[in-house]
Design a protein around this ligand. Sequence first.
Ligand code: FRU
Length: 487
Amino acid sequence: SYYSEQYRPQYHFTPDSMWMNDPNGMVFHEGEYHLFYQYYPDSNIWGPMHWGHAVSEDMVNWEHLPIALYPDDNGYIFSGSAVVDKKNTSGLGQDGKGPMVAIFTYHDPVGAANGENDYQTQGLAFSNNNGRTWEKYPEPVLKNPGIADFRDPKVSWVEEFSKWIMALAVQDHIEFYASTDLINWEKTGEFGQEKGAHGGVWECPDLFPVKIEGTNETKWVLLVSINPGGPQGGSATQYFIGDFDGKTFSTTQNEEKWLDHGSDNYAGVIWNGIPQSDGRCLFIGWMSNWLYAQKVPTQRWRSAMTLPRQLKLRKINGNYILASAPVKELETLRLKNRVLLVSEVSGYTLIPTANISVMQSEMLFNFKQNKEGNEFGIQLSNKNGEKIKIGYSQNNSELYIDRTEAGTANFSDEFEAVHRTKYIAKQNLQFHVFIDKASIEVFVDNGNAVLTDIFFPGVSYNKVELFSTKGSTKVTNAAIWQLSSVW
Ligand code: FRU
């Protein structure tokens, strides 16, 4: 099967073949999680964009469906969102049932090539059979006011204001639009020129309320992807925590906040339509970076999505953070497991993983910091001496992934790097790690920080070592699971 190629993820979403970028149109409806995605079916590099489509009952096992949206005379189908119009506010439903509605960006390549500035508009399509086939609305529902970067509408129903709200990325800020029927849109506000990181163009926004964990208080979160200008170079996703009054978003936040501290999580948004009884904010991102996405050494397909994650809002020492934790559905992947008998490491200590294959595994390690200026963590390596290291430096109060010797990197000058982030650890530090052939996702302290990186070793990593460079570090919990393939 195609899914047995060397770098093909076994439990992450990838298209059967060819190029994929952003997740789009994520909506839950009648027991199905829909995932659409930026797709070019004719090549393994970016090109005229379509919306690919897949469905899942658990965000883990996926069924590929035919392409949902093809480019047309209005242009390529760029990123956007989908909703279920339950009350048929659009009038586009059938037999007393509301339609599924997709709102996306039309990118007119001719206008773009001619140097015009109004080539991105927002289009609409609807489906009356659970997204299996789509009909396009005859003309764009939001015209371009003369700004080249005008894209990636995220639409959702906001009960509090009884309105459809759209967040739209407009060059260096986010604009908000409101509608009662999904077809007529009125601009209500703008946010961002004076806030956040501005090293690149703003893309793929998302706006949603989240309960602060352990309280009944709700804050609004605004996700904004930015390319370039991310903290690890290239593309990355920043977030803001604040308030939304039905018209615009505001925040007192002055510092930059990043959703992920690795290099490979971009353009992610959350699912619409999650029932209140569930109430989770469920997220997926594109597990690559525009710096090198089109050059990574895969052939039949390019790019995977991140693991599905639950976003949680936490207040830690008076400071809000948006945490990312792997969704509990991922536990169904666990096959054999081993509790590892290790209680203390000093120097490099080999961890016997027996017959568990590291390249398709989940690991959990709890470290207890010693008092010295130590550095400790996990190293995965192979017989060629290629290795990837994740660790914590007590001296620098930094988490890091070091992929400088991880494997093939000749496709880009910017791939070999150490990705670091400041992190104030308590005495105990937990690394919850997912490895899937060519990617690592490290969830620290139940998601208080996450680092996502891709890598391409010549042969599989088969050796797991824990390290503690200065003095010894206690390990209070250590386990590894073999994970099953979903393909
Ligand atoms: C983000 C992005 C979006 C755009 C899409 C095009 O990765 O550049 O802004 O809609 O990709 O494929």
